[in-house]
Design a protein around this ligand. Structure first.
Ligand SMILES: Nc1nc2c(c(=O)[nH]1)N[C@H]1C(S)=C(S)[C@@H](COP(=O)(O)OP(=O)(O)OC[C@H]3O[C@@H](n4cnc5c(=O)[nH]c(N)nc54)[C@H](O)[C@@H]3O)O[C@H]1N2
Ligand SMILES: Nc1nc2c(c(=O)[nH]1)N[C@H]1C(S)=C(S)[C@@H](COP(=O)(O)OP(=O)(O)OC[C@H]3O[C@@H](n4cnc5c(=O)[nH]c(N)nc54)[C@H](O)[C@@H]3O)O[C@H]1N2
Ligand code: SF4
Ligand SMILES: [Mo]
Length: 729
């Protein structure tokens, strides 16, 4: 068919392109260009911003087809209330996907807010405001959506505070204990590295915008070494994969130090200028338990390999090398009982070799500390003093939600039993550890549960009242990043679908309904972006909303050296520790997790379990989208295991298997392959209601906390596997 040129031009004119930011919990925080048809108001295309130096014009497989999610027929579009007499849990609608709405009746926002305000007021009066527990994490990492009006609301009420530990607390506290700030190597500078170590980091799956820089370095001769107990797609693409025993990274880091220090390969000048505690660390690392032979036993990495890696690591950056050494450490390493110590030990390595001095050297765990938005202005913790409590409320650890919901106040110290749960930005029924206790708690009929969501998730199955939330295309926000150094504005591309309301608007209105008189509950997005940017921090100085609206992304104004390079920790000025230097004490001491094979002899569960993230989902997000399910089909409902463990249990690929421990049991289908070593089994996170027995991998994980920071220990989980009785679908 011929096209009419005038018509085409008119259609082009009818579209506009809006700068948005992907708000998913990902280090890359991509600049996204959304093409909107102005006649229909619909988004017709999303693409990576080509002018963003890290996004570089492409999006990951999850978000490249984002409109499938935004316009999914399964979106939750209206406020709803559980029908009278319908029990909580998937049983309420028969557990059939797509029928969730049957358990609820549609109500107006007015009714929903009225009911929530009345119930929270009553519960607060009867049991004390701390009986109300907010539960949120990183559904959006926009500054406003993640933590602003919601905090004002709960602070003013006197609700329990939530310690948001489920993801990054152990590693974050560890990084800060050594450097004083969450900051690291500039991602674009990875292109200049000569040796890249991906340590507990599935870069290709979870942080794909770092990949092109690593490829650039490799074209110049750099090597990529991956340290991961699972053969991720990053490991498959690497020059070398070291399949370390889970939870033994502190031993490996100390083993590398042992080699470096015993051979005198450290950078003494840098150590003298920029660190404190060196002699103590040296004496510790040189102990016989950190010799390559001892470390080989703990980690399952050969002594010769440890020596070779240590020498290559120390030599990188020196004369005649391809380039410096950089470690992409990720949070995989710290989801383990001693994960805080492990992260600290790894973080110390570049302080010994001075890798920070070179462009492309150093370490990156997170860059989030570079963005000092004015969080106090957004969250107003002082409102707790105006609450009926008149003091700071107790803190409940989100990684122990099961305990918080099932205990009678016992383990949640100093305060009442949880009587109301307000969930937003999170899907705890699927992502929180020790799931059987979590679900048991959420089933309580005396627990009033509100869920603000985009979809009918596993958590909405337990809600009394449901509120519709927008996607990032439908709200305005301002965002930093934890994997790059650009501030961005997320402009609203399309009107909220259905009756969705942003976190800011919803909590602001609810605050008014609760009778909170403070003017701050009337603030909305633009005013709050201004508040976020109103900071004395020199790196953000002068950056305004108007400027961001015009250009989309602006680099932080970081100090540069004589060559115009940003080299964090290359000199002592960069450290923000109490000593003003890189702190090498207290020395990290390796101990195997109690839930690990090293200690398994005492128990009935001999296998180490990796309850992994999916490459094409974002934790539990996207798990319900057919397109994404197709991309993840290979591991759907699958337990990956090594031939040795399969043979000794008479299990073959395709067999139904029961994976169990003292906390729970799940049914999966065996896939015997080489992704894991003998003694380790792996399965990925999925929605409970898409799993064979209505629970997922977190039925097996524990509420044990990390050694530092009180984080979750998903990757310290022992299980046993046996051939299942029944065939699964
Ligand atoms: N595609 C995709 N991208 C994501 C996410 C997702 O779910 N999917 N999640 C996002 C989130 S929430 C986060 S926090 C970030 C960060 O995510 P990462 O920290 O990179 O996340 P994980 O995949 O948990 O862990 C990385 C790797 O650590 C490995 N690992 C497990 N135990 C150990 C151990 O004891 N030692 C070592 N050396 N490695 C170990 C795992 O096998 C895994 O391959 O990624 C974000 N990006
Ligand atoms: N077994 C196992 N468990 C894990 C992990 C693992 O690797 N293995 N990883 C852990 C880690 S690192 C993390 S960070 C946590 C993540 O846990 P969560 O932060 O709960 O992450 P998601 O599963 O992505 O769920 C986020 C939810 O927020 C909703 N949402 C998105 N935007 C908005 C919004 O603007 N408003 C509202 N109200 N809702 C919104 C989404 O629809 C989605 O359902 O999971 C942890 N759990
Ligand atoms: S999930 Fe990460 S990689 Fe994908 S578009 Fe969002 S920020 Fe970029
Ligand atoms: Mo996370």
């Amino acid at each position: 068919m011929e096209t009419n040129p005038t018509e085409t031009a008119a259609r082009l004119d009818a579209t506009k392109v809006v700068h948005a930011v992907c708000s998913h919990d990902c280090p890359d925080s991509c600049g996204v260009l959304v093409t909107v048809d102005q006649l229909t108001g619909r988004a017709v295309k999303v693409q990576g911003d080509p002018s963003h130096p890290v996004t570089r014009g492409f999006l990951c497989g999850k978000v490249a087809k984002y409109l499938e999610r935004v316009y999914s027929p399964d979106r939750l579009l209206y406020p709803m209330r559980r029908k009278k007499g319908v029990p909580k849990g998937p049983a309420g609608y028969g557990g059939v996907r797509g029928r969730e709405a049957d358990a609820f009746e549609r109500i107006s926002w007015d009714e929903a807010l009225g009911e929530i305000a009345a119930r929270l007021t009553k519960i607060s009066a009867e049991f004390g405001p701390e009986s109300v527990l907010p539960y949120s994490y990183a559904g959006t990492i926009g500054q406003l959506g993640y933590g602003s009006m919601d905090r004002r609301f709960f602070h003013r009420m006197g609700a329990s505070q939530l310690a948001r530990t489920i993801c990054a607390e152990a590693g974050g506290v560890a990084l800060k204990s050594v450097y004083g700030v969450k900051l690291g190597t500039v991602p674009q500078d990875f292109a200049h590295a000569g040796l890249v170590i991906a340590w507990g980091a599935n870069i290709h799956g979870n942080n794909v915008h770092l990949w092109p820089f690593i490829e650039e370095a490799r074209r110049r001769g750099a090597r990529l070494v991956v340290i991961d107990p699972y053969k991720t797609r990053t490991a498959a693409l690497a020059d070398e994969h070291l399949a370390i025993n889970p939870g033994t990274d502190a031993a490996l880091a100390l083993g590398l130090m042992h080699v470096i220090l015993s051979m005198g390969l450290e950078d003494r000048e840098y150590i003298a200028a920029c660190t404190t505690g060196f002699e103590e660390l040296k004496a510790h690392a040189l102990r016989p338990e950190y010799s390559p032979e001892s470390v080989a036993k703990a980690t399952a990495i050969e002594a010769g390999t440890i020596v070779r890696l240590a020498r290559a690591y120390a030599a990188a950056g020196r004369k005649n090398s391809v380039g410096p050494a950089v470690i992409r450490l990720n949070y995989g390493i710290q989801r383990s009982e001693n994960g805080g110590t492990a992260a600290r030990a790894v973080c110390m390595l570049p302080l010994l070799t001075g890798a920070w001095k070179y462009r492309g050297g150093g370490l990156q765990l997170s860059t989030s500390g570079s963005f000092k938005f004015n969080e106090d202005a957004l969250q107003m913790p002082e409102l707790m003093l105006a609450s009926p409590l008149g003091r700071a409320a107790r803190v409940v650890n989100m990684s122990q939600l099961g305990q918080a919901l099932t205990s009678l106040g016992g383990d949640i110290k100093d305060g009442p039993r949880v009587k109301a749960l307000f969930v937003y930005n999170s899907n705890p029924a699927a992502v929180a550890p020790n799931q059987n206790d979590v679900l048991h708690g959420m089933l309580r009929e005396d627990l009033f549960t509100v869920v603000h969501e985009q979809f009918f998730t596993d958590t909405t199955d337990y809600a009394d009242v449901l509120l519709p939330a927008p996607t990032f295309l439908e709200v305005k926000d301002v965002q930093g990043a934890y994997g790059h150094l650009f501030v961005q504005v997320n402009n609203r591309a399309i009107a909220p679908l259905g009756e969705a309301r942003s976190n800011v608007a919803m909590f602001g209105e609810l605050g008014r309904r609760m009778g909170f008189g403070e003017a701050c509950f009337d603030d909305r997005e633009d005013a709050m972006i201004d508040q976020a940017l109103d900071t004395a921090d020199p790196w953000l100085a002068g950056i305004t909303r108007e400027q961001l609206e015009r250009v989309g992304h602006i680099p932080l104004q970081m100090p540069v050296n004589a060559n115009g390079e940003v080299l964090p920790f290359s000199t002592a000025e960069w450290f923000r520790t109490p000593s003003g230097r890189g702190e090498l004490t207290p020395v990290p001491v390796f101990a195997a997790p109690t839930e690990s094979r090293a200690n398994a002899a005492k128990g009935a569960y001999p296998l180490e379990f990796l309850p992994r993230k999916a490459d094409n989902y974002m934790n539990s997000t996207f798990a319900n989208i057919p397109l994404h399910q197709r991309m993840e089909a290979r591991t759907a409902g699958v337990l990956e295991m090594h031939a040795t463990d399969a043979a000794s249990r008479k299990i073959s690929t395709g067999d139904a298997v029961e994976v169990f421990n003292g906390r729970g049991s799940i049914t999966l289908r065996a896939l015997v392959n080489a992704q894991v070593s003998a003694g380790v089994v792996a399965a990925r996170l999925d929605w409970n209601k898409l799993s064979a027995d209505g629970v997922n991998v977190n039925a097996l994980t524990s509420e044990t906390l990390t050694d530092i920071g009180g984080g979750a220990t998903f990757y310290s989980t022992l299980v046993e596997v046996r051939k299942g009785q029944a065939e699964i679908r």
